[in-house]
Structures are given as structure tokens and as C-alpha cells.
Design a protein around this ligand. Sequence first.
Ligand code: WT7
Length: 651
Amino acid sequence: MNVTPKTHPPSPEFAANSHADRPRYDEMYRRSIDDPEGFWGEAGRELDWIRPYTKVSESRFDQGDVSIEWFGDGTLNVAANCVDRHLADRADQTAILWEPDDPSEEALHITYRELHGRVCRFANVLKRLGVERGDRVVIYLPMIPEAAVAMLACARIGAIHSIVFAGFSADALGARINGCDAKVVITADGAPRGGRVTNLKDNVNKALLHDTDDVKCLIVRRTGQQIAFRPQSDYWLHEEEAQVSDDCPPEEMSAEDPLFILYTSGSTGQPKGVVHTTGGYLLYAAMTHRYVFDHHDGDIFWCTADVGWVTGHSYIVYGPLANGATTVMFEGVPTYPDAGRFWAVCDKHQVTQFYTAPTALRALMGQGDSFVEPYDLSSIRVLGTVGEPINPEAWNWYDRQIGKGRCPIVDTWWQTETGGHLLTPLPGAIPTKPGSATLPFFGIRPVVLEPESGKRIDTTEAEGVLCIEASWPGQMRTVWGDHKRFMDTYFQQYPGYYFTGDGCRRDEDGYYWITGRVDDVINVSGHRMGTAEVESALVAHEKVAEAAVVGFPHDVKGQGIYAYVTLMNDVEPTEDLRRELERWVRSEIGPIAKPDLIQWAPGLPKTRSGKIMRRILRKIAENDPDSLGDTSTLADPSVVDDLVENRMNRG
Ligand code: WT7
């Protein structure tokens, strides 16, 4: 386990042509730590400011007084930075290259000039619907250009967007619409994915069914299918656009005005609204996009994420567009029409950087190399991964089959909360080791703490919990509507540090190896899921008395969802009920939350004070009943025997 695997240095040619070779990385990193004011003060000038900042950072992680502020007295507009400022040099360059779900439908090349017109018109439509600066707008769209246009339109007029992944259910959507008091929800008639169509508008109608406020719904026509149109509050985008001009001056925003809210799962309670602001976030997204993917003019950058996740925010929309890149937006899935789709799209559009999740690589690897072989992948220069630790098999397959041994692989560790990459190799600078996110990005000061004592481990080799010592521009600022929750979640456990929730090991070269979450968050196919959320969905079912959810190792998804369910008295555990509960969780949260395994549990292992001992449940779910450890503190140790005997995972 601790044997250092082969390292992969960048080729000298790659290093020579990159934004940063090793000496340059070392020098810039050193400066960013020794003189953060100077470093970020200069870096921030790459954005177009309306009123330039005079202050760089006023950030403190002191106990009880966490405040984070970057470029606080500067003003700017994100849409102007991502679109307008490129009109002088690259108006006719493709900004968004859209690849539809169905490969026989035509791809779209939207130039910066066209994008400008679309964003301005969309912004005027929002204004016509009464959206003002500071108002919240929920975006519930498939991966179509209108999703990026809607984000930029909000940014242009100073409205705060909150994207809800189109795979989330009506209930989850409703909770997020209410959570941020949205004035408008933007959706589409339907969402084609993998050859099937989801009725998005139906979900919106269900979500708004019990809504007493007047939430308006703006609908993009994507499929042309029949929808249940509500004349009092629904509007077709194309009809509204016909009524407005394409002149919409960008709003002057403070660097610290919120840009977006994005809900993410935590270890307790319902998802929290992560708030990112304007100046620091945009700078951090742009800078990481440029250095980590070694972006150059003429590149075709493809991040396969959905805009419903932070990866899509930072590396489909804001980072690439701030850099004047061509960004690919893909509506489909990796396996439709077959498991060669990613490589077909790379070939067709001559993609230069390709960024995806380990779970997708594992799934595709399992389909065999014949799906890769027909395609020319010689345009690719940099490969990236994100979302979970990558296992060496998948890393090596990616390296050999996709990169043909000549493309650096950047394993980027970050979080919804961090806005952009924190630990990652720069492709021309850092020799990679399969499975390690390597070293910190500029300005990032990672520390490893002893989990129990919180003591900082200063030796190079260390193992413990991963915290960050000082603020960086892309850091989240607060939890929407609940600053106390922000402080409690991230700054209470280890005072003076930002607590990531991840465990890690630092090796003899100072490289970081993420070992996974140390809290009750699980990572399913690179998506974050709170076990508490799945539990509360299960117990909301009338036949369920109690539920406990843990993760277990899963070959493709990384982790699967394992649910222990105690039924109400007199309820028969049947296969039908099992399927009903699966459907139930899908409808409460969404398909990604569906338990992989449900075990009927006559009782759960609890301490005398009633606390569920998850350690034991994890071991049983992992099919490792021989290392349950001490069970003597349980109120009723005999429940464990039944759980072990009837465990669902014997693989
Ligand atoms: C959690 C954050 C931010 C992008 C997508 C996920 C895990 C993320 C890596 C990586 C090992 C990783 C961590 C982190 N994670 N990237 N390269 N190696 N683990 O964002 O939903 O906010 O989840 O994903 O556990 O805490 P997210």
C-alpha cells in the first residue's frame, strides 16, 4: 500500500511549451505563500474590473470569527468578463461547442458574438419577468447551450443562480426552490439523455404544486413534446425573446456579491446551499483552468461533467469562458449509442483537453478497448480526472488507451466548497503518481492533522485529516441563509483551519493521497451523498420504522449505497417492498440516491444511549464481519448476529 508506484514526469517538450514547468511552479508557489497579497494582487488584474480593487484579502479563520473577503472594494461583472471582453479579439471564435445526445443531430458552434447576443436577450427576458439584482433564479435544465446562457444572463443582471441537476426529483427540486426563495425557475420541455427523454417540465409542475408564492417558470423548447403549460405563470423562452432587445448593459457588481448558490450534501441534515461570490471565484476558476489544463489559444476543452455540479460551473462555463476558450458541452451519456461515444466526440471535435470522472473510466474500461480503437485521439494533450480517488488500473488504462502514454494526467482534488482545484499536478511541472492528487495549487496551504487531538503533523510523511490553513479566492463564503451552519460545519472541529471532511496521507515527496471522507458522506460515482439524506427519505415511507445507510466498495461507482431498514410492526419484508423503497428514494431525491442493497434489519446495533454504531454497519456492508471490533458496548449485541448472517454483499 505504501510502496511508491512508478512516477510519470512530463515530457521535456510538454514542459517547455506549458504555462509552468517545475522551476516556474516552485517559484510561483513559493511567492503565493510568502507574499499572498502581492501574488493575488497581481493575479487579480487578469480580470476586467469596473472599479479596480485596492484591497486584496481580508480573511480570517479565527475561532468564532470566520470572515472571508477577496478584492472587497473592486467591482466587475462576470458575464462581461466571460463574453464581452472577448469580442475585440475573438468574436468569431467558437465559445460553446455543443454536442447533442443523438449523434445524428447536428453539433452547434456558438461564437462569442452569438453568445453575447443570446446572453443579453436572455437577461432582458429575465428582467421582463421581474427578476432584479440579488433575486434568486433556479435553473433546472438539460445540458443544452441555454444552461450556460441562463447562468451568464443571471450574472449579467446580478441575479443569483442556483442550478439543480436535472437528475434530481421533483421533491428535491421543490426543496431547493423554497430554500433560496427563487422568483423564477428555468426549465425545458424535456431532456434527451442516452436516447430517453425525461419530462423536466412535469417535475417542475410537481415541485411547484404546493407553492403558495408566485414562482414563474421559463421554458426552453428542446424536444417539442407536449407539456402541461400553466398559463398564469409559465412563459416560453422563444416567445419572450421575441419581445426584447439584445441590448443589456452588465450590472456593476461588488467582488463579494453572490454569484451562485449550489446545494451539496453534508454529513448531517438536508443539503446546504454553498454560496460563491463574484471576483475571487471567477479569478480562481479562470486561473486553475489555465494552469491545470495548460490552456492555450485554439484549444478545444472538454469537461464531461453536468452544469448541475460545481465541476460544470467552474470548468464548463466560468473558467473556460473567462479565458476565451472553446468549451465543449455534451448533452448525452458515455455509453450512448455505445461505449465509444466519448472517444468519438474527442475525434470529431479534435478535443485537446479531456476531463472526466474515474467512475466513467471504470465503466468504459469494462466495455473493452474495441470501443476506443476506431478513433483518432492524437489531438488530446492533457487528460484530467475529478470526483473521487482514481484506482491505478483505471489510471493506467486512461494513460495507455486514451493518452497513448504521451498525455499528462491531472488528478484534481477539490470540492463544491472550494470553487476550483486545490490539490492537483500542473501538467508541465509535476511528475504524477497514479492515485495521487500530488501537490497544492498556488496559494493553497494544506495541513494534515491528527484526527482526535487536532494536532498538526509537521513531518513530511503524515496521515490524518486534511485541512487548509488560509483562505484562497475561490473559497465558499457562507451557507445560504445559515452562516452558523457554515461555521459549525467547516471551522468548529479544528479551530483555525478549514476542515475538508477528507482523510489523506502525505508521502515522502510531500504528495497528497486522498483516502476518502472521514464523515458520513459517501461518494457514489463521483457524486456526493449524505447518508442522513437517504435515511430521512427512507423513514419518510409509511412502512419504514428506522433506517441506517452506509457506503460499501463498488467496482464501478467507487462506493455503493447500503441501507439497513427496520420495518414497522406487522409489515412483511417482500421483494415488492424492496423495489417500492428503491422507487421511493428515487422519487424523494433522485436516481443517484437509489440504494444498491437493502437489508431488512430486525434491529440496528445501538449503544445504550441509543446511538447507531455505524462502524459495525460499515464492516458488515463491506463483507468483513470478522473485524467488527468491540461490540460489548451495544445495548443488544445479538442484533449483530442477525445482520451478519443475512448480509447482502458477499462479493
Ligand atoms: C469530495 C467533494 C469538486 C469536484 C467534484 C466533487 C472527493 C473530489 C477528488 C480526487 C479523491 C476526490 C473528496 C471531496 N474528491 N475529487 N481527485 N481524489 N477524492 O465535488 O461533490 O463537492 O465532492 O469528492 O472526497 O471531499 P463534491
